[in-house]
Design a protein around this ligand. Structure first.
Ligand code: G1P
Length: 900
């Protein structure tokens, strides 16, 4: 098994002949909004958003099919042209031959170094690419060319970076016409393009963005000439892999301060000819960037275009990200620990790139969805909890009064946008995620009062949980729910959460499970809007409702809060008993009544509700739902296996069990029945057996999302149109697989949970099959290839699972509690397993010591030492928040936990 070779404990890795793998890309980005993707041969793209692509947008197929990559050419006098990135027709032709150039990739967080040695040309190139972690909107490259021959060589170096400079829409739409908008200028250091207008989905507008490529020698010396038009650069009959001006070493005629317009552009920048002695190196710096005006490029020249500046910026960038990734692990398997370093980084990548700006994510126009917003916060809670409170509060502003939520998320925190296309789609799982994140936040911090904070509600034309339109609403009214008095209504976070769960509780299909609506977590289950039901998420909602009741008890008992304020409309949802809950029609009437009371606005009257009454009412609902699922959805097939049915289709038929074309089992229904404790201990055992029998496939990384239904099931969702083993149709979908692991760990099924994560990790780590750089991909396809790498919600869940389940380090109402679920084989040679993390703003290293090498189940916590001093705990293995807060902030504190 070949793996990426790690060079330190910060995820830096090395890979030989990286270009002999297709579809691989690496992320380079910064928080100023520059987002690049880069391949081993420096293909990929660079943009700041859907409408501002500097390099032309690439989806995965373009990674091998596109010639317009970042390139750097060296013409050797008397020999010919050589591409330092490997993208020349001649070098491409040799990629499968014995004479292939030696190549290697080394990469770490947000930097990428490609090296290439050509014996034939007697040259070696090293190209480091990164995007500084500053406010600069620039991607930088340092190219070092070394003469590995014995004789001096006269060389002509040329940087060649095609400048696309427009919206991704224009790749097909008006590709030529938009090149007529180009206004191109040369400066002393490069080429700047400032299109006059933009033609894209926003209409025709005046363009304000400047794009440019600048270059200098390592010592800051200027280039000598330019060739800014693609057609001049490639020459008649030429191409980017075989450009006439390069291959024939033709003179570039354009000097600085020239103007051209109306053609496709390229940052083709020529340096002075020079002689490179044997064993000598020459260095060049190239910057590709964005600006609001021409002078922005002067500061790029001043700040970035020198080797010393480049090296310093790179060091600072490495340090910046390393400080951000403030959680790390030490187990027996160092490869795993390093792999997790990349997983830790992934939620940060998704915050920058959204779900759409790497080459596999070519389906959207950017942004993140509601679900993603909340899940990415899970990881933040582990790594950067400082701003999470504000973020959670703002995000609750996206909840509608009918329990659904805004689905278009703006770029600013807490900005939600009304869907102008009026496409009504309700994902029935959306209401459940905010509570999971909020609960984690409260447990980590003890900030239970957060539930009593107030926030407005989102309002637009949609109402009645996606079934009706509020024609009285118009955009002028704004996106907040108003009262009868036309005032913005603000309710507590508790009220928001209650609305999300109670409306869902009454929103049922024929079998009295929660309606599937437009889909649940599985976006591919999108064709059962009328009669579909998600038993899977019914279970999660029921578990959540029980947990809401627990938090309320804490408020009542520990904070002496006996009454909570709720909008009077909620009373409709807070009545009822088992008899009512049994009746689908009555339930639907209750929901209708509630929705009609808050169609356009609400009264604005607030009632004080007795906590006891509230707790007993919602506990009744949670219990009813759990019983209902237990009683009706536990199925047994003819082969004698049992598990929970997770869905009903649009013909109101049960989905799972024995099918016409084979067994039908889905993982989602198992995950949430286990997680919510709907499944009994015995049932979890049966589920594990069934999942091992029907869903487990070691060769593709573990547990598939479903068995092969062998049917294009148009009464359930588009996923059945996908070939089996791909994406939502039966791939190993990391997110659900990891939630399965999490659920198993939570229920004490530790070996089983470990198996899920270990199989997935081992598969990703097996580079020959997975063909991805370290990290967890969205899914593994039928051939075992990791797909949609980097931008996946599964990373957050994996961090959470490793931290709070495997290592068992969790917050409990603000205190720090330890419940390790590490297997004996995870302890290293020194009998230790450790985790470095932040808790209560203190840097902690938590070391479990298992000197007697006991297996999980046989050990318990014997002693706890804080910085060498024994900490007395009585029964409960918890360190109080107050004790942690007493530790000073700057240095790291060692908490040693002796197991026996
Ligand atoms: C993606 C989406 C996620 C959705 C999932 C299943 O997963 O981002 O919202 O629930 O597909 O359809 P991810 O890439 O986050 O793992």
């Amino acid at each position: 098994m070949a793996s990426c070779e790690f060079l330190n404990s910060k995820g830096t890795f090395r890979l030989k002949s990286p270009e002999n793998n297709s579809y691989m890309y690496f992320p380079l980005a910064n928080e100023a909004g520059v987002m690049s993707s880069i391949t081993p041969t420096l293909n990929g793209d660079c943009k700041m958003g859907q409408n501002t692509f500097l390099l032309a947008p690439v989806s995965s197929e373009e990674l091998h099919n596109n010639k317009s990559s970042r390139n750097f050419w060296v013409y050797i006098d008397g020999v010919g042209a050589w591409s330092a990135t490997g993208i020349s027709a001649a070098q491409q032709a040799e990629i499968f031959s014995q004479d292939k150039e030696e190549t290697q990739l080394e990469a770490g967080i947000m930097w990428h170094k490609a090296t290439r040695t050509s014996r034939k040309y007697g040259l070696k190139s090293e190209i480091i690419s990164f995007i500084p972690a500053t406010d600069d909107k620039v991607e930088l490259m340092k190219i070092t060319i070394t003469n590995i021959g014995n004789e001096p060589k006269k060389i002509t170096p040329t940087a060649a970076i095609p400048l696309y400079c427009r919206s991704a829409d224009n790749i097909r739409d008006h590709r030529h016409v938009t090149s007529l908008l180009h206004r191109i200028k040369t400066t002393e250091y490069g080429i700047i393009v400032n299109p006059t207008l933009t033609f894209d989905e926003r209409g025709h507008k005046k363009n304000t963005v400047f794009y440019g490529v600048l270059a200098a020698k390592g010592n800051g010396e200027k280039p000598v000439s330019f060739c800014p038009l693609v057609e001049d650069f490639i020459g008649e009959g030429g191409s980017f892999e075989n450009p006439k001006t390069i291959v024939l070493n033709e003179e570039f005629k354009i000097k600085s301060n020239d103007k051209l317009e109306g053609y496709e552009a390229i940052g083709a920048i020529r340096f002075e000819d020079e002689v490179i002695e044997a064993a000598e190196s020459k260095t060049y710096i190239v910057a590709i960037g964005f600006g609001d005006c021409k002078s922005d490029f002067d500061s790029i020249v001043n700040n970035d275009l020198k080797e010393t500046a480049f090296d310093n910026l790179m060091k600072e960038t490495e340090k910046y990200w390393d400080t951000k990734i403030n959680i790390s692990y030490e187990t027996k398997d160092k490869q795993f620990d390093n792999w997790m370093y990349w997983v830790n980084f992934q939620p940060m990548l998704r915050r920058i790139y959204g779900c759409s700006f790497l080459p596999h994510h070519d389906y959207g126009k950017g942004g993140r969805g509601w679900r993603d917003l909340w899940q990415d916060c899970l990881a933040l809670l582990a790594m950067d909890p400082s701003n999470v409170r504000g973020m959670l509060l703002d995000n609750f502003g996206g909840v509608r009064f009918d329990g659904t939520n805004a689905t278009i998320i703006g770029t600013k925190q807490g900005e939600f946008i009304a869907d102008r296309n009026n496409i009504t789609r309700v994902w029935m799982d959306h209401g459940a995620w905010p509570f999971l994140t909020t609960k984690l936040y409260i447990e980590q911090t003890g900030d239970i009062e957060f539930l009593l904070e107030k926030k407005s509600y989102f309002k637009d034309i949609q109402e009645g949980r996606g079934t009706e339109k509020d024609l009285l609403w118009n955009e002028k009214q704004g996106n907040q729910m108003l009262t009868d008095e036309e005032e913005e209504y603000k309710g507590t976070i508790l009220e928001h959460i209650l609305i999300q769960h109670l409306t869902a509780f009454y929103d049922v299909g024929e079998h009295n499970n929660l309606k599937l609506h437009g889909a649940d977590w599985n976006d591919g289950l999108d064709m059962a809007d009328e009669k579909g039901e998600s038993v899977a998420f019914s279970a999660l909602y029921s578990g959540n409702i029980s947990n809401i009741a627990e938090l309320l008890k804490y408020l009542r008992d520990k904070k002496n809060i006996k009454n909570v304020e709720l909008a009077e409309e909620l009373l409709v949802l807070l009545s009822g008993n088992d008899e009512l809950y049994d009746k689908v029609e009555v339930k639907r009437r209750v929901l209708k009544e509630y929705c009609s009371k808050c169609r356009h606005n609400i009264r604005g009257n607030v009632i004080g509700m007795d906590c006891n009454e509230l707790i007993s009412n919602i506990e009744g609902k949670a219990k009813w739902l759990k019983n209902h699922i237990q009683k009706n959805e536990w199925i047994c097939n003819k082969e004698g296996y049992s598990w929970y049915n997770g869905y009903y289709d649009n013909n109101a038929r049960r989905v799972e069990g024995d099918g016409e074309h084979g067994t039908r089992m889905m993982l989602t229904g198992q995950v949430f029945t286990i997680m919510s404790s709907t499944a009994t201990e015995e049932q979890v055992k049966s589920i594990v057996k069934a999942a091992d029998k029907y869903l487990y496939d070691k060769s593709i990384g573990g547990y598939r999302l479903n068995t092969n239904f062998n049917e294009v099931k148009t009464d359930l969702g588009r996923m059945f149109g996908f070939a089996y083993g791909h994406k939502e149709n039966g791939a190993v979908f990391s997110h659900m697989a990891i939630m399965y692991a999490n659920a198993l760990y939570q229920r004490g099924f530790v070996e089983e949970g470990f198996k899920v994560i270990d199989t997935l990790y081992n598969h990703c780590n097996n580079f020959d099959v997975s063909r991805i750089y370290p990290g967890v991909p969205e899914y593994i396809n039928q051939k075992g290839r990791g797909m949609y790498h980097y931008l996946t919600g599964s990373a957050s869940w994996l961090i959470l699972t490793v931290l709070s389940e495997m290592f068992g380090v969790k917050g409990e109402m603000g205190d720090l509690t330890f419940e390790p679920k590490l297997l004996e084989k995870q302890f290293n040679e020194e009998n230790k397993a450790a985790i470095d993390m932040i808790f209560a703003e203190r840097k902690l290293r938590i070391e479990y010591v298992n000197d007697n090498r006991k297996e999980y189940g046989n050990y318990s916590i014997n002693e706890i030492y804080i910085n060498g001093k024994k900490y007395k705990f009585n029964g409960k293995t918890t360190i109080s928040r107050a004790t942690i807060k007493e530790l000073e902030k700057v240095s790291k504190h060692i908490i040693k936990i002796i197991l026996n």
